[in-house]
Design a protein. Structure first.
Length: 381
């Protein structure tokens, strides 16, 4: 394939309510979208023009991981797109080889993932194949879970959880941090009984907190997500031995290799797969395959994506190894106005898009309304 130009757009999207985690509070999402205008050779020797969309899931600050939108914009322009242009001069550019083409650049997985996603979308649109079919989906809808931020009070938490249960969410995830853990979980269990419930600490604890975290065992949680730091694979394995609640990793699993180490060490009984965090949907699928072969459950995480990433996540979550509900909510969980047609919950599920490529695209007027900066990079001839 050939890229004619790459367009990078930064958007500011207000959130319907503040989202608080152990690392901070967000009131809006800074979304970085990539459009790749490409020419794709078909089987019949003819070429098709197609635009592919990618979404970079980096946050506005380097607090969840080292990546952030400003850094991603820089690395995409200065180091990643030029490498894709170089590969295409030798006719060596494809969505499937993009990760390898970009591999000399260390890290920056969310930036790389956004480009790979756009190349996949363009390729599949030209071919008329859906993302779900391409990835190997076996379901046409996926169960919708919701991630509930840290609240100001327990009554407010109970009201928030009640509204999500009323909306049909089939699994509740509570964000926790030191000082907001045992009591919120106890209150939700007491009020709502035996609902599928799990917690996410976003690396807010240390192994020294093991005795405290073990108190969560009495609440029969589905899992505890990333209690310790990103680099603490060994410590997660030790903590897992001291708790009955299944250990799930998010931040620590940055690649299939990291997943292999985590599984071998006993640091993960469950893995949260986020395509952006691991460098793209193809690496995400490899982690799914690896975990499945080891009998490790996986679920699809979320990064407050617009409809573009949300649709791609729904396709990924439709693979057979995704046996736990993901953080795949309706668009209205975060946005009054999504940039695509909104995803809506029906009977506790989100439909997997069936159209070519991502099966959804930004609505031009809405895209323009929320865009705060634009960069276009043309391919050298
Ligand atoms: O740790 O899963 C996380 C959102 C932003 C950054 C990190 C995380 C989250 C979520 C998922 O909890 C929110 C969602 O997209 O549904
Ligand atoms: Mg998490």
């Amino acid at each position: 394939m050939r890229i004619r130009s790459v367009e990078l757009r930064t958007l500011r999207l207000p959130l319907v309510s503040p989202f608080t985690t152990s690392f901070g509070t967000e009131t809006e999402r800074q979304a970085l979208l990539v459009a790749v205008h490409a020419t794709i050779p078909g089987a019949d020797g003819r070429t098709t023009k197609a635009t592919g969309w990618g979404e970079c899931v980096a946050g506005s600050t380097p607090l969840y991981s080292s990546e952030y939108v400003g850094g991603a914009l820089e690395v995409i322009q200065r180091f990643l797109v030029p490498r894709l242009f170089e590969a295409q001069q030798f006719d060596q550019l494809s969505a499937e080889t993009a990760a390898e083409t970009l591999s000399a650049v260390k890290g920056h997985r969310m930036a790389k993932a956004a480009l790979e996603m756009a190349l996949l979308d363009a390729t599949l649109r030209a071919r008329g194949e859906s993302f779900a079919h391409y990835l190997g989906a076996v379901r046409d809808r996926v169960p919708a879970g919701v991630s509930v931020g840290i609240q100001d009070s327990i009554p407010q938490l109970l009201d928030t959880v009640a509204s999500y249960l009323d909306a049909g969410y089939v699994r509740i995830k509570l964000k926790i941090k030191p000082g907001w853990d045992i009591e919120p979980v106890r209150s939700v269990r007491e009020r709502f009984g035996d609902i599928p419930l799990q917690v996410d600490a976003n690396a807010a604890y240390t192994l020294g907190d093991a005795a405290h975290l073990r108190r969560l065992d009495e609440f029969d949680l589905l899992l505890i997500e990333q209690p310790l730091a990103e680099d603490d694979l060994y410590q997660h394995a030790r903590l897992a031995e001291r708790m009955r609640t299944p250990m799930c990793l998010d931040e620590s699993v940055v690649s299939a290799q990291a997943a292999a180490v985590a599984i071998t060490l006993g640091a993960a009984a469950v893995i949260n797969i986020k395509a952006g965090r691991v460098g793209g949907y193809l690496e995400a699928r490899r982690i799914h395959d690896l975990a499945r072969a080891h009998g490790i459950a996986v679920w699809c995480g979320g990064m407050i994506e617009t409809g573009l990433g949300r649709g791609a996540n729904a396709a990924l979550a439709a693979l057979p190894g995704f046996t736990l509900p993901g953080d795949i909510s309706g668009s209205d969980r975060f946005y009054l106005q999504d940039v695509t047609e909104p995803f809506v919950i029906k009977d506790g599920h989100i439909a997997v898009p069936t159209g070519p490529g991502l099966g959804v695209e930004p609505i031009p007027e809405i895209l323009d309304e929320f865009t705060v900066s634009r960069v276009a990079i043309s391919s050298p001839r």
